[in-house]
Structures are given as structure tokens and as C-alpha cells.
Write a protein that binds this ligand. Structure first.
Ligand SMILES: Cc1cc2nc3c(=O)[nH]c(=O)nc-3n(C[C@H](O)[C@H](O)[C@H](O)COP(=O)(O)OP(=O)(O)OC[C@H]3O[C@@H](n4cnc5c(N)ncnc54)[C@H](O)[C@@H]3O)c2cc1C
Length: 356
């Protein structure tokens, strides 16, 4: 819900109305119903990575910590707080047996080899190429589709409020915003995605930030597919890094993008004014078509539209929950590797646990 700035000291201010900020705000309200919670965003709601996301929470992780967070996020998404914003999706994984064995160590949901794929051939799978050595596995109760816009409807958001710096006073944080405006809060969660984080310092202005992340392009193609329906399973080709999410009459295709940006985003907040906010480019399209061609040549030929944005990646592909030295009343959240939707509730739980 969009609200106007308020003059009192809030119990919690969240900087950034993406999926990480929104889940943190919702989790805070669940844990502390008496808290006042406000989300400040430099732009309109979901203008960042979360608004462009395919928003699939996959039941997997490349390290024990990420698997633990993915598992916990699945539990929290299915709990009362977020339940109405998520939909369970069945999943099929198509690959060689050796790949499936390796993958099973990264999955947090059970997989079962399907004896035959005929039942699925009338759907999207019939339009995709399976090789002689391929096997097809069903992933049990694993994937979720998250309606990120629904999360935004349940929290109080002040749009067009870019936080420039966070200054610690004796009793609270002062968040400096547009035209010298100040918002005061007892606790702060900073979740600014691929943007440069506001300066966080004491009265002498010492800067602080998580640092070390790089900004990478993430893209999704949207391809007409008459056979696809929203109740079809997702199809994952792990060897090609492809994930296909069927909807009614089309399929969304997530693929590995290889373009990096040297600096975090720093646009002036006006939609379209930031060169980062340019939608799917010819380069994105070409890379997506070429990734899709091996498994869905007819789909690749029909691909002309999609969406793309940026997200923060750390070299170890791990999420970050960090505070300035000696002060846990401010926490910065980062998804870490282009999969922030998957880990959002567990990171929100960790952030609120840190500031409470
Ligand atoms: C095309 C695409 C497909 C994706 N598919 C998936 C997927 O299927 N599954 C998955 O798990 N992940 C996916 N991701 C990644 C996932 O969407 C991101 O990791 C996640 O959305 C990041 O959320 P966030 O809240 O950190 O950032 P964002 O959504 O970018 O939100 C940050 C917010 O902070 C605001 N902000 C920035 N600076 C300031 C400031 N100084 N003051 C106030 N506000 C500020 C911005 O306006 C923005 O609204 C995808 C990403 C893209 C682009």
C-alpha cells in the first residue's frame, strides 16, 4: 500500500521495496505486531530486479548454507505470512543420469525418475528436444511461484523517497532523503538490490557498506507456446542452464546471461532515465535464443520479447546479511547470486532476528 511519509520515529524502516525489503517488512510485522514498519523506495514499487523477476523459488542450493536458507524459505513461503502470495509448481528435470546424481546433492526436495514421458508430451515438453541419453525426473513439492506484487500490497510503502545516507544518533537512525527530508527509525533494514547502498555512518560520516559484489544482467524470454498452460510443470535443463516456466499460451525462459556492469546502478529514480532500465536488448535476445536453440529450436525461432534487469552477485554466490561493526540495529540484505526470490523469507527472518 502506498502511504505518505510520517513524522514520528518508526520502529523499523526498510530501505528498498524489492522482494527482500518487502519480505523483511512483512516478517517484522508478523513477529512484532505492535511495531510501526515503513518501506522507503527511491522509485515506484517493484521497479527493480524483483519487478522483472521470473520469481521462481527453486528447491536447491550450491552450498549447505544456501540449501538451508532455500529450505527455510520454502517453509516460510508456505506459512501463513506469505502463503497467499505463492503457488506450488511441479517441476521436471531433463538431463543425463550422471548430471542428475550430481544435482541431487544440491536439491532440497526429493526427485523421482519417470519411467515414461508420454504423459507430458501433449504439453510443453512435447515441443522440446530430449536426447537419447536423457532421463526425466520429477521434483516433488519443490518449486514455488511467488507473486511479488501481492507482497507489495500488504505493507506501507513511501515511493519516490531515495535514502542518501543513514546516520546513527543516540536514540535512533536518521535516514536522509530527498530535499534534506529526514525519516527517523529505531531499526533499519537496507535492501537496495543492484543499486549503490546509501552511505551508512556515524555523525562523523564514516562510510560503511557490504562491498565486493558485482552487478550482472539477468534476462527472461517470453515465447508464444500454444501447448503451454499455467498448470504444466516447470521444465529444467540443468546442463544448458535453462528453466522454462509455462503459462497459458506462452512460456517464460530463464537462461544464463554473461554481461556484467562495472558499477552498481545509480539512476536518478525516474523510470526510463537510467540507462540500466532499457528492457530486453538485441544482445539479450540473441544470447537467449542461442541458449534455447539446443532444447527448443522452434521456441527460439519465435522468441522476440522478454525482460531484463540487473542483480548483485558475490564471487562466492552467497547471500549477505551484514551490519556495521558494533551496531546490529541496521542490517543490509543481499540475495547474492540472481536468486533473491528463492531466499527472501529466510534472509528476512535473519535480518529481523538481528535487529530485534
Ligand atoms: C529477469 C530476472 C529474472 C529473475 N528470475 C529469478 C527467479 O526465477 N528466481 C529467483 O530467485 N530470482 C530471480 N531473479 C533474481 C531476483 O529477482 C533478485 O535476486 C531479487 O529480486 C532481488 O531483490 P532485492 O529486493 O534485493 O532487489 P530489487 O528488487 O532490485 O529491489 C531494490 C529496491 O531498492 C530500491 N532502492 C535502491 N536504492 C535505494 C535508495 N537509496 N533509497 C531507497 N530505495 C532504494 C530500488 O528502487 C528497488 O525497488 C531474477 C532477476 C531478473 C532480473
Amino acid at each position: 500500500m502506498v502511504v505518505r511519509p510520517i513524522a514520528v520515529v518508526t520502529d523499523l524502516a526498510v530501505v528498498g521495496a524489492g522482494v527482500l525489503g518487502l519480505t523483511a517488512a512483512l516478517w517484522a510485522r508478523h513477529r512484532h505486531p505492535a511495531w510501526t514498519v515503513l518501506v522507503l523506495d527511491r522509485q515506484q514499487v517493484l521497479h527493480g530486479a524483483s519487478g522483472h523477476s521470473l520469481a521462481i523459488a527453486a528447491p536447491s542450493g550450491h552450498t549447505p548454507r544456501v540449501r538451508e536458507l532455500a529450505l527455510r524459505s520454502g517453509q516460510l513461503y508456505r506459512s501463513g505470512v506469505f502463503r497467499e502470495a505463492v503457488r506450488d509448481r511441479a517441476g521436471l528435470v531433463v538431463c543425463r543420469a550422471a548430471t542428475a546424481r550430481a544435482l541431487s546433492h544440491h536439491l532440497t526436495a526429493p526427485v523421482r525418475r519417470l519411467p515414461a514421458i508420454e504423459p507430458y508430451e501433449a504439453g510443453l515438453l512435447g515441443e522440446l528436444r530430449t536426447d537419447a541419453g536423457d532421463e526425466v525426473y520429477a521434483v516433488g513439492r519443490g518449486f514455488l511461484h511467488v507473486e511479488v506484487a501481492a507482497l507489495a500490497a500488504w505493507v506501507d510503502i513511501v515511493p519516490d523517497w531515495p535514502v542518501v545516507s543513514c546516520i546513527r544518533t543516540r536514540s535512533c537512525w536518521e535516514l536522509r532523503g530527498p530535499g534534506g527530508a529526514v525519516h527517523r527509525a529505531r531499526r533499519v533494514v537496507v535492501a537496495v538490490g543492484p543499486w549503490a547502498a546509501p552511505e551508512v555512518g556515524d555523525r562523523s560520516g564514516a562510510a560503511w557498506g557490504a562491498g565486493g559484489g558485482r552487478v550482472k544482467r539477468v534476462a527472461v524470454l517470453r515465447v508464444p507456446a500454444a501447448r503451454a498452460t499455467a498448470s504444466d510443470p516447470l521444465v529444467v535443463f540443468p546442463e544448458e542452464n535453462l528453466l522454462l516456466a509455462p503459462a497459458d499460451g506462452y512460456v517464460e525462459v530463464s537462461f544464463l546471461r554473461t554481461r556484467w556492469r562495472d558499477v552498481p546502478l545509480s539512476g536518478d529514480g525516474q523510470p526510463g532515465a537510467d540507462p540500466a532500465d532499457q528492457g530486453l536488448t538485441d544482445e539479450d535476445l540473441a544470447e537467449g535464443r542461442s541458449a534455447l536453440a539446443a532444447r527448443g529450436p522452434s521456441l527460439a525461432a519465435r522468441a522476440t520479447v522478454g525482460r531484463a534487469f540487473w542483480d548483485t552477485y558475490y564471487p562466492d554466490a552467497e547471500p549477505r546479511v551484514t551490519s556495521p561493526p558494533g551496531d546490529r540495529s541496521l542490517v543490509r540484505l543481499d540475495g547474492g547470486a540472481g536468486t533473491g526470490v528463492r531466499l527472501a523469507p529466510a534472509l528476512a527472518e535473519a535480518a529481523i532476528g538481528a535487529v530485534e
